[in-house]
Structure formats: structure tokens, C-alpha cells
Design a binder for this molecule. Sequence first.
Ligand SMILES: NC(=O)c1ccc[n+]([C@@H]2O[C@H](COP(=O)([O-])OP(=O)(O)OC[C@H]3O[C@@H](n4cnc5c(N)ncnc54)[C@H](OP(=O)(O)O)[C@@H]3O)[C@@H](O)[C@H]2O)c1
Length: 332
Amino acid sequence: MKLGMVGTGLIVGEQLQQMEHRPGYTVEAIASTPRSLPHARELAARHAIPACYDDFLEMIVDADIDTVYVGVPNALHLAVTRAALGAGKNVICEKPLAMGLEEAQDASDLARERGLFLWEAMNIPYLPNYETLRSLLPKVGEPKVAACSYIQRSRRYDAFRAGETPSVFDPARGGGALMDLGIYVIHYLVGLFGEPERVSYAANVVRGVDTSGILTLDFGGLVATGVVAKDAEGPSRCLVEGTEGYLLQDSKPSSCGPITCHLRDGSETRHDDNGFAAPERRWDAEFASFERDFETGDLGHCYRMLDLSLTAARVLDEARASAGIALPDSHG
Ligand SMILES: NC(=O)c1ccc[n+]([C@@H]2O[C@H](COP(=O)([O-])OP(=O)(O)OC[C@H]3O[C@@H](n4cnc5c(N)ncnc54)[C@H](OP(=O)(O)O)[C@@H]3O)[C@@H](O)[C@H]2O)c1
């Protein structure tokens, strides 16, 4: 796949480093803001990227690419995705796919109309351990309660406390704990249990942005909580408790580390099928899947995964509404 990257921030830097493990991908171009063009040029030099642009629209039209990777703040995902799809390019869009369901549906409709690939870069559904977790579920009988926490004090939290507004804490750019971390918890739970009947979110809101909060997803006969924090320290883990035992993953939902299965008979088994040790390899499986879809023309698989993204977007909307958090102007 011939990629054009949009963005020059944290995630684009990390993904460029990982490209050496993805021989099926080449990066042909990178687009930044005019302000960040010098940084884009540095990245281009370091990663042998042939073309640099300070306007993503120009890159989409001019560059020799088939797929656009969207690595910009959340509030810009739809604009870049629409422009790329409109120009006949496939899209890998960073999580969350869009600000909410209306935007996610818009992007999804356009991809389907044009017969193009649109993948949300959300690694959880592609991780081998997640598949293992799903296959272990019947062992714990009827799942009754689940608890999934993603606690990650942001490296930008001190700047936020000092009065700055980095994108991940900027409500206007789609920041906040729900959008940044809650989306993982939602994917994790929705992928296991389907669409919830009711959703609520209680949040700590500072300067208009949720820095942490607690999600509740009611699946009817099974209730789940999701604790997310960008302003606190603590362990992250995921637990599914059922009538016959429980499954414990003692790691962040996004890494889906080893799982232990504890049954009523006292037995305990450990499962670790991810096949990688370094945390930065946690994106390998999703990129391999995108490549497979692309090489085989499997739009059906891509769109089934996109349906999951739409469900997650619907949950985001309900959670946000229940906490009284408004979408920024022009995204409502
Ligand atoms: N999958 C994962 O594991 C993962 C991890 C982290 C983040 N993400 C996602 O990745 C996205 C970006 O997050 P981040 O942490 O990388 O944010 P970030 O460090 O704030 O970077 C955002 C980048 O987007 C650039 N940008 C803004 N508007 C642009 C435009 N019109 N054209 C080109 N570039 C533009 C910014 O440039 P300026 O600095 O010049 O404004 C900056 O380089 C978010 O959606 C986030 O949810 C995913």
C-alpha cells in the first residue's frame, strides 16, 4: 500500500518507526500544517519519504498514493477522511473514527458509495489475545459483570494543568478521556458483548474537557464499567465475571496482554497468543489485516469492521450526552 500520512505528531512519529516491520507498506508522502513543515521535512528525511506537503488537500490530489493515513486531532478526522475518499483514496483513520455517530456514518456512507476501504485504526479487535478472550467467554458461563479500566496519566497533563491546551485536552479538537481512552474500553466491551441497551458516563470535567470518568454500559443481564483517566495514576485491567468463573487481563485494553481464566473448580489457565513482546508491536495485527483486505479486495471484511466502529461511535454519543459534554461547534 502506498501511504500518504496526514499529521506530524505523536502517533505519526510512532507509526513511521513501525513501518520497517510492514514490508507491504511504503510511505510516499507526508502532510503537515504550514507551521510544522520543518518537522515534516525532518520526518521525511529520517524515514526516506519522497514528498512533503503543508496542505493535506494538495497531498491527496498530487502524491503517488492509494491510501491516506489520518493522524490528526479527532475533530479533523472527518474533514481529512472525506477529502481522501472524495479523491478516490482509501483511508486508515486513527481512533476514534469521528467525533460521533453522525460523522462516522457520513464517512462510512461515502466509503461504501465509492467502494473504497475505510479502516478505523483501533487495534483491539485484531489482537490474537482478544480473539482468545472471546473464545474463552463460554467457559465462565453467563457473564454478569465486567470491568475495564484504562488509566494513563497523560504526558501532557502537566502542561494542561499549567494552563496550556494540548490537543488531547482540547475540547475544540475532540480531546478528553472518553474520546482518547474511552474509545478503547468501548471497543473492548462492544466487541465482546455487542451493542449496549443503555450507556452513561460520569466525568471529571475541567475547562470543558473530561480528564477522567466512569462509563457504565448496560447490556441487559450484564453490566459493565469502564474507568478512564488521563489525570491519575493506577493499574489498568479488564475483568469479565460470570456464573462459572472469571477472565482477567491484567493490562490496558489496548495491549490486550495475557489472560487468565479462573473457574469455579479452582482451575486456572494462562493464555498469551499475541506473539509479540514489545508494546509498540501492538499495531502489527491491525496493519496486517488492513493489508490483507487491500490485497484481496475484501471490502466486505473492512465494512464489517466499520460496522463495529459505528456502534462504538453511537456509544460515544450516548456517553457524552449523559455527562452533558457538548460537541464543539460545527460538530453537533
Ligand atoms: N492508535 C493509537 O495507539 C493512538 C495513539 C495516540 C494517538 N492516536 C490518535 O491519533 C490522532 C493524533 O494524536 P496525536 O497524539 O498524534 O496528536 P498530536 O501529537 O497533537 O499530533 C497531531 C498532529 O496533527 C497535526 N495537524 C493538525 N491539523 C493538521 C492539518 N490540517 N494538516 C496536517 N496536520 C495537521 C498537528 O500539527 P501542528 O502541531 O502543527 O498543529 C500535529 O502534528 C488522534 O486521533 C488520536 O486519538 C492513536
